[in-house]
Design a protein around this ligand. Structure first.
Ligand code: GDP
Ligand code: IMO
Ligand code: MG
Length: 433
């Protein structure tokens, strides 16, 4: 099983980092193929000094496993300052990062893209997306507009300057005339980017070729998606999405591997649902709702990247079925089942009601999705603490039935269940590799 794609099934923060870490030493390469430092993955690793918590944003979570080669693919947008800060932080904690490889075709987040991200959000007012403010959207927009800066451009100062000039030509008009900001200086941007060039140079490679050869040699490659299915720019709840393809197809374009290389697609789904930022969320428990508050506090649902409280709601099987279809999911990993201990009954969304009509699938239009009201089935809850469970038989009967019911509704088998943040807090039902 050499090529495995791992994606989020909902709106992010499902526990992809932990799942990647779990596959650990069975993997030779871990590739980030989309997004940038908008992602936030918390990984908890046991050590002699107690559990060690790592928060990763730009680097793939697999970097924490000794012997794994981490790769940043062409589909990623890189904030160079963040890259080196994150690398330095890991080195300080004794992690070997020397194997990191970065695609020459990946795009770079220039300082003006962060400025534009924040200015545009403020300008949108009540129509804002609630972005992470990291410059992700504007950098992908530049890529599509063909005025982006790529990693390879850092090694040719003349070309770099021309490209920055070209990009700022348009942006300065916009910043000054529309957004009432000061114009950005070309030299400042070029100097800021060049600051990192020499340190970056030895890491840069043709990562598509590297991964192709690795697969030919029978190596195991894990493609680790940032964000999630419903945040995908094409298949998510547009416009309340990120600006990359976070679904499994994005692994092919964002890493330069062919679709017929992919053997397995693992989707990570939380046993309930959370969302950060704006946008529709049918099973959301409104602000102040006691169950919602309980999910947030029991699940520690505060963003790894921005610290924002995550919006919380019940499991939505319509979303999971959609994720199963769009990604070609072969296995689900169901995370945070432990958080659901203590409820008498647990509602699960099995369909939507839209304008009086019952739907079992995602509605065709965003307007319908905005009006979708969840149809709930209430499953019996359990009171026991699940954090020590290591086999399916260790779970109380109602928790087992909850998992089986979700599996039935969600369109692919559940192959592992998370029962706590720790690396060992997992119930494995079948091997993932
Ligand atoms: P990612 O963005 O998908 O990697 O997820 P995040 O790291 O942003 O958020 C998931 C959070 O849940 C992290 O704090 C993890 O440590 C934690 N976590 C992951 N799996 C489990 C689980 O099964 N149970 C509990 N209680 N926490 C988990
Ligand atoms: P991980 O990988 C949750 C959300 C933002 C915002 C929207 C657009 O940790 O699951 P952007 O800055 O990407 O332009 O913001 O997408 N968002 C995430 N939400 N988890 C993430 O990543 C996210 N990355 C972006 O909150 O609503
Ligand atoms: Mg996250």
């Amino acid at each position: 099983m050499p090529a495995i794609v791992l994606v989020g099934a909902q709106w992010g923060d499902e526990g992809k980092g932990k799942a990647t870490d779990l596959l650990g030493t069975a993997v030779d390469y871990v590739v980030k193929f989309n997004g940038g430092n908008n992602a936030g993955h918390t990984v908890v690793i046991p050590s002699d000094d107690g559990p060690q918590k790592y928060a990763l944003h730009l680097l793939p979570s697999g970097i924490l496993t000794p012997g794994v080669t981490p790769v940043i693919g062409n589909g990623v947008v890189i904030d160079l300052g963040v890259l080196f800060e994150e690398l330095d932080g890991l080195v300080e904690r004794g992690v070997d990062v020397s194997q990191l490889v970065v695609s020459a075709n990946a795009h770079v987040i220039a300082s003006y893209n962060r400025t534009v991200d924040r200015v545009v959000e403020r300008f949108l007012g009540s129509r804002k997306i609630g972005t992470t403010g990291r410059g992700i959207g504007p950098t992908y927009a530049d890529k599509m507009n063909r005025i982006g800066i790529r990693v390879q451009d850092l090694f040719d100062e003349k070309i770099l300057r021309q490209k920055v000039e070209g990009a700022l030509d348009q942006k300065n008009h916009l910043l000054v005339k529309v957004y009432n900001r000061r114009a950005i200086d070309v030299d400042e941007v070029v100097d800021d980017l060049l600051r990192h060039a020499e340190r970056l140079r030895p890491m840069v490679a043709d990562t598509s070729l590297l991964l192709d050869r690795a697969l030919d040699d029978g190596r195991t490659v894990l493609f680790e998606g940032g964000q999630a299915t419903l945040l995908d720019v094409d298949h998510g709840t547009y416009p309340f999405v990120t600006s990359s393809n976070a679904t499994s197809g994005g692994a092919c374009t964002g890493a330069g591997i062919a679709p017929n290389r992919v053997d397995r697609v693992i989707a990570i789904a939380k046993a309930y649902v959370t969302r950060v930022g704006e946008g529709p969320f049918p099973t959301e428990l409104p602000d102040g709702d006691a169950d919602g508050e309980l999910l947030r506090s029991a699940g520690h649902e505060f963003g790894t990247t921005t610290g924002r409280p995550r919006r919380c709601g019940w499991y939505d099987a319509v979303l999971s079925r959609y994720a199963a279809r769009i990604n070609g999911v072969t296995d689900f990993v169901l995370t945070k089942l432990d958080v659901l201990s203590g409820w008498e009954q647990i509602p699960v969304c099995v369909g939507y009601e839209v304008h009086g009509e019952r739907l079992a699938e995602m509605p065709m239009t965003q307007t319908e999705f905005h009006h979708a009201r969840p149809v709930y089935e209430r499953l019996p809850g359990w009171q026991e603490d699940l954090s020590g469970a290591r086999s399916f038989a260790d779970l109380p009967p109602n928790a087992q039935a909850y998992v089986r019911a979700l599996e039935e509704m969600s369109g692919a088998p559940i192959s592992a269940i998370g029962v706590g943040p720790g690396r060992d807090q997992i119930v494995q039902l079948r091997p993932l590799i």
